[in-house]
Design a protein around this ligand. Sequence first.
Ligand code: NAP
Length: 299
Amino acid sequence: MLTGVQVLLIGGDARQLEVIRRLAEMDASVTIAGFEGLHTPPEGAVQAELDDALFESVDALLLPAVGTDDQGFIHAVFSDRQLQLTSAHLTRLPKHCKVYTGMAKPYLRDLCAEQGLALVELFDRDDVAIYNSIPTAEGAIMMAIQNTDITIHGSTCIVLGLGRTGFTLARTLQGLGANVLVGVRRSEQFARAAEMGFRPFYMGSFLEHVSNIDLLFNTIPTMIVTAQIIANLPSRAVIIDLASKPGGTDFRFAEKRGIKALLAPGLPGIVAPKTAGRIVADCLYQLILADTVERGNRE
Ligand code: NAP
């Protein structure tokens, strides 16, 4: 239980409602800012204005998927107000307070480093990334269905990258009856892909595999679907790029060639906010609990 633990949660979307629910259920004292637009305020939490005093006595500061933008503004879909996190806020936090977010931009990293505060980026964690790969794969398949006139079953798909997302996506496509090729760069991934019944190839030979495919899914966060690759795709092919912005596709060239190419960021929060919220909420609960126990042992 999190009895006596003070949590401050600022901004976010429907995923944060799951986090609030879970932490309140575990008896944490949850204060929230950036939710005044909700018709029904989340149960078990106290709504507050974002002012300096709010940051005193906080044990865990929770920020949304992308902590802040480059100027410190926090995305809050349930609020019309501008929520800006500043150095003055973080100065008020007790030194043991940890700052949790999905992924941080340099602004937040610098602010935490300046104040000597621990910053935890949840989307970096293998467990969160693997759980998140489930709604990501489902979202990618939803986009594929919406943007093609064929079934996934019987189609030929390439998945680039056999990491946490690529693995789940390739397996899910295979489960739907697609012929799945996977682009990798390591021999152990090549072997695993072959063992799982995919058709693996090394990225060095990427160009040789693109001339007869229906769907190209990219999870490699670097420019990899170049103009040369796009020039060799059949005109029916659709590119769905899952890699973090700006993706790994030459979108300008794809448009010029008339190939449909879609950058698809943030799929878990779009296609399954409740599940995505639960994934984050479960992880946060475990981490805050572990911190609380450790602090208790030290004191
Ligand atoms: P990951 O586990 O690190 O997987 C990335 C894969 O790309 C690894 O297999 C890596 O191979 C491979 N790779 C990287 N650079 C490469 C290169 N130059 N050539 C060949 N292979 C290369 O990451 P992840 O969690 O799957 O996430 C992948 C991307 O998707 C990230 O950009 C992430 O932010 C994004 N993402 C998007 C969504 C969404 O909703 N669109 C959701 C989750 C994640 P090695 O193992 O050899 O390094």
